[in-house]
Write a protein that binds this ligand. Structure first.
Ligand SMILES: Cc1cc2nc3c(=O)[nH]c(=O)nc-3n(C[C@H](O)[C@H](O)[C@H](O)COP(=O)(O)O)c2cc1C
Length: 185
């Protein structure tokens, strides 16, 4: 069975996830990108561009992908959750593969806080918007199944994708960054 990974990622969490997973499988990979890129400014992207697209169900134009889909039996589709649903460029991608007769398996990058909270690990979410802060706290109205918890737990490779917390230089860097920020206040 020939498999293609298709993903969308704004801040590269999904990209890192795909890269990590694909070390084992080495499937072909393509990235869905909006023809007119979203703003680099998170707030503009999230609260203006993406929000409007989701609310009005706009399927934006995406960059053409040079892929012969008939050569694949299966597409693994990865994306982050945007405003409780799929990012609209993924909707555009789905429109673009209407004739695809193979299997499509969807992986949504969600449950951002909950599996950690369920393991009693407190997550501090960055936000300066009251509405978003409230949403970030609103994670106690459902419980993940034990099976889901085990699957998610098995993804933990005991290795941060971002920082080596065992490296004294990294700890010093954090410390310095905090001091610099404090002095600015
Ligand atoms: C426009 C936008 C909307 C989002 N909406 C949600 C949401 O509804 N639920 C959620 O859990 N996370 C939401 N997030 C957070 C992302 O899903 C999360 O940060 C994800 O890991 C980002 O993946 P990426 O780095 O591949 O873009 C949103 C992020 C953005 C930019």
């Amino acid at each position: 069975m020939k498999t293609l990974i298709v993903y969308f990622s704004y801040s590269n969490n999904t990209k890192n996830l795909v890269t990590q997973l694909n070390k084992e499988f080495n499937f072909d990979v393509v990235r869905v990108e909006r023809k007119i890129a979203y703003s680099d400014d998170y707030d503009i992207c999230a609260y203006v561009e993406a929000k409007e697209e989701v609310e009005k169900k706009i399927h934006p134009q995406i960059k053409k992908l040079d892929v012969d889909y008939s050569a694949y039996d299966r597409i693994l589709l990865f994306f982050p959750i945007w405003w409780y649903t799929i990012p609209m460029p993924i909707a555009s991608f789905i429109d673009s593969i209407k004739g695809f007769s193979g299997e499509i398996v969807v992986f949504a990058n969600s449950y951002t806080n909950d599996p950690l909270l369920q393991r009693c690990i407190i997550v501090v979410c960055k936000s300066t918007h009251l509405e978003r802060i409230k949403e970030n706290f609103d994670v106690f109205d459902f419980i993940l199944s034990e099976e889901d918890m085990q699957v998610i737990k098995s993804l933990d490779q005991q290795n941060s994708l971002f920082f080596n917390h065992q490296d004294p230089k990294m700890v010093e860097w954090f410390d310095e960054m905090v001091m610099v920020r404090r002095n600015k206040m």
